[in-house]
Design a protein around this ligand. Structure first.
Ligand code: UD1
Length: 440
């Protein structure tokens, strides 16, 4: 397997400089101890974009050191902002703002388009690489662009780039055909400096959008309704700087919860945003996972693991929040692959999110997919195999499976996992997993 033998802790946190990295796991070790949950990737990235709305310094605390954050730093600096990191804090000062967005990080990370709203609102124009399809489906950005057009912007798509221009955006009523998280946030941020009132109908209700509202309002914006389906933004002339602590990552919490349920042991996760994990926790109860909430910000999961416990099958539908999170669908499917009976999993958010299933099959899973649906026939045990992660959460599914599988697994494409999970091997090894980062 070509193990390098180098302890995970001595490797760069994001896999930088190690293009062909893999994660080696020997399954069957219970996980015991406490995992510290990092700041939410999907909030941090948007707050970083929001910092472009002001020329004053913004300090974000609890920002995870992951590849996506590093790519967003590249985008912000490419636009002329100064970004410095000290521990878990990012200091962002966007005194002057350019209009050309660097291509590479936007090509690699779709969330790069989240700078569009803030830059147009403050600078009046932006030119940004048009994100293409991704491994989860086509993922267009038509809602983002329709909303900006409704606010009076000129939008041109040319030579693979999008150019958006508006002297000053005007508030208006916007209806989203689907409660898109990214469109809601982009338009909400664009509206902060627009003239008049913007109302976003059928807005996404994800908790990270509330995090953005709190930060924006702290900087002087007038946003209300985040967390509901209707968001109202009263435009203001300018924003001040601010300091804000990013909420804990609910997707990371759910991933470790599922890892604990799969591998067994006794695992505590903290600080856990328990209040926004209802859909996941109620599925855990339904299938027979032992969990509790010893205090407001801790989750505990324990038991003999998927093989011994024999969890019950379930019907899981990934939906916009507060429905079951699509980002937890892949690791949940991995757990159900070891349940006693047949589960149905469907994803109503992303059209092609079952790509990882082929890899789970190599580990012995019995899963059949058709479009947005998977039929998961539980098997008694999975077996370790050489598999490849093709995206972040598909990779998380392989980790959950490998931790419970019999024998060794080698998960290639580890870089996808480093996009969203900081020091993954180190943290899992810290609670007893037999895991290492290796070169292939
Ligand atoms: C965000 C999350 C991602 C999560 C997703 C859904 C970040 C950085 N990423 O992605 O982890 O899986 O929410 O919870 O926060 N759509 C359109 N047109 C648009 C915009 C979206 O058709 O203009 C479609 C997409 O193709 C997708 C669905 O709407 O099928 C949901 O996408 P959206 O909510 O926008 O996801 P993102 O914001 O990209």
């Amino acid at each position: 397997m070509g193990r390098s033998g180098m302890p995970a802790g001595e490797m760069p946190a994001d896999g930088g400089g190690w293009p062909l990295q893999a994660i080696w796991i020997r399954g069957g070790s219970p996980l015991r101890g406490t995992v510290e949950i990092q700041g939410a990737k999907n909030s941090a990235l948007k707050l970083m974009a929001a910092a472009l709305l002001t020329a004053e310094p913004c300090v974000l605390e609890n920002v995870p050191d992951i590849r996506d954050v590093r790519m967003m730093i590249e985008i912000l600096t490419g636009l002329g902002a100064e970004v410095t990191r000290e521990g878990d804090q990012l200091r962002i000062v966007a005194r002057e703002l350019g209009e050309e967005t660097p291509v590479e990080p936007v090509r690699e990370m779709r969330a790069g388009i989240q700078v569009m709203g803030p830059v147009v609102a403050r600078r009046g124009r932006i030119r940004i690489f048009q994100p293409g399809g991704c491994s989860l489906g086509p993922r267009p950005i038509d809602f983002h662009l329709q909303g900006l057009r409704a606010m009076g912007a000129q939008v041109a798509e040319e030579f693979g780039f999008i150019r958006v221009e508006a002297e000053r955006l005007r508030g208006t009523d916007i209806y989203l055909d689907f409660p898109s998280v990214g469109a809601t946030e982009n338009l909400m941020m664009a509206a902060v400096l627009a003239e008049g009132v913007t109302v976003i109908h059928n807005a996404a209700r994800e908790p990270e959008i509330e995090d953005a509202q709190r930060f924006l309002n702290q900087c002087g914006a007038r946003v209300s309704g985040a967390g509901t389906g209707v968001i109202r933004v009263e435009g203001v002339e300018g924003l001040r700087g601010g300091r804000y602590r990013v909420m804990p990552d609910r997707i990371e919490t759910a991933t470790f919860l599922l890892a604990g349920a799969a591998a067994g042991g006794d695992l505590a996760l903290r600080p856990a945003p328990v209040y926004c994990l209802e859909a996941v926790l109620s599925k855990m109860t339904e299938i027979g996972v032992h969990w509790e909430r010893p205090d407001r910000e801790t989750l505990r999961v324990w038991g003999a693991g998927a093989v011994e416990e024999g969890y019950r099958p379930a019907r899981v539908r990934a939906l916009p929040y507060p429905g079951f999170p699509t980002d937890v669908q892949p690791p949940m499917t991995a757990l159900l692959a070891m349940a006693r009976g047949t589960s149905m999993v469907s994803d109503e958010v992303h059209s092609a999110r079952f790509g990882y299933v082929g890899e789970l099959r190599r580990m012995g899973a019995d899963i059949w997919t058709d479009g947005r649906t998977a039929v998961v026939r539980g098997v008694k045990r999975l077996t370790g195999a050489q598999v490849a992660a093709a995206d972040l959460r598909g990779g998380a599914a392989l980790i959950v499976a490998a931790l419970a599988a019999e024998g060794e697994s080698l998960i290639e494409g580890a870089t996808h996992l480093y996009r969203g999970y900081a020091r993954l091997e180190e943290r899992l090894a810290g609670v007893g997993a037999r895991i290492a980062r290796v070169e292939v």
